[in-house]
Design a protein around this ligand. Structure first.
Ligand code: HEC
Length: 132
């Protein structure tokens, strides 16, 4: 029996289809929904984020987040450069949402604890400050 009350689940499913469709992800700018953009980051620390980036992200995004990891050459589109103006301008909530949901070759990281995902965002901010 189909449930119609789970609006959130439906929205999540639609987002999943939109981001994972073979024809959908390759084109156009990748935008997070407005309510995701406005999410507040409850975390201050970076330790869990730094560790996670080294294990989970550096192969594609590079150790400094410049999008130049060893796996990057094989990917289309290329992994984002976290130190670019474009990524700098995005809100914490927007980055959190993109990390959570993924798109195309960018895997979803829903399975990581929320705390870790927010700390990844904080760590990305430190990379943005350290290297231009
Ligand atoms: C298998 C390679 C791969 C891995 C591993 C990976 N990414 Fe990505 N990432 C990508 C690609 C490719 C894109 C660009 C996707 C697009 O534009 O459609 C991307 C895009 C992003 C973006 C979006 C930037 C923007 O605003 O447009 C963020 C943020 C990001 N990745 C963070 C992460 C984090 C954090 C991790 C580790 C937890 C990670 N990625 C692991 C390949 C990867």
């Amino acid at each position: 029996m189909r449930s119609v009350k789970a609006g959130v689940a439906v929205a999540a499913a639609v987002a999943f289809i939109a981001t994972s469709s073979a024809t959908g992800w390759a084109q156009g700018e990748w935008k997070a929904p407005a309510d995701a953009k406005n999410m507040k980051n409850p975390e201050k620390g970076t330790d869990a984020g730094k560790k996670s980036v080294g294990t989970n992200c550096a192969a594609c995004h590079g150790p400094q987040g410049k999008g130049d990891g060893p796996a990057a050459a094989a990917l289309t589109p290329k992994p984002a450069n976290w130190t670019s103006d474009k990524v700098k301008k995005e809100s914490d909530g927007e980055l959190f949402w993109k990390i959570t949901n993924g798109r195309g070759p960018m895997p979803p990281w829903k399975h990581l604890p929320e705390k870790e995902r927010w700390q990844i965002v904080n760590y990305i901010r430190t990379l943005q400050g350290a290297k231009k």
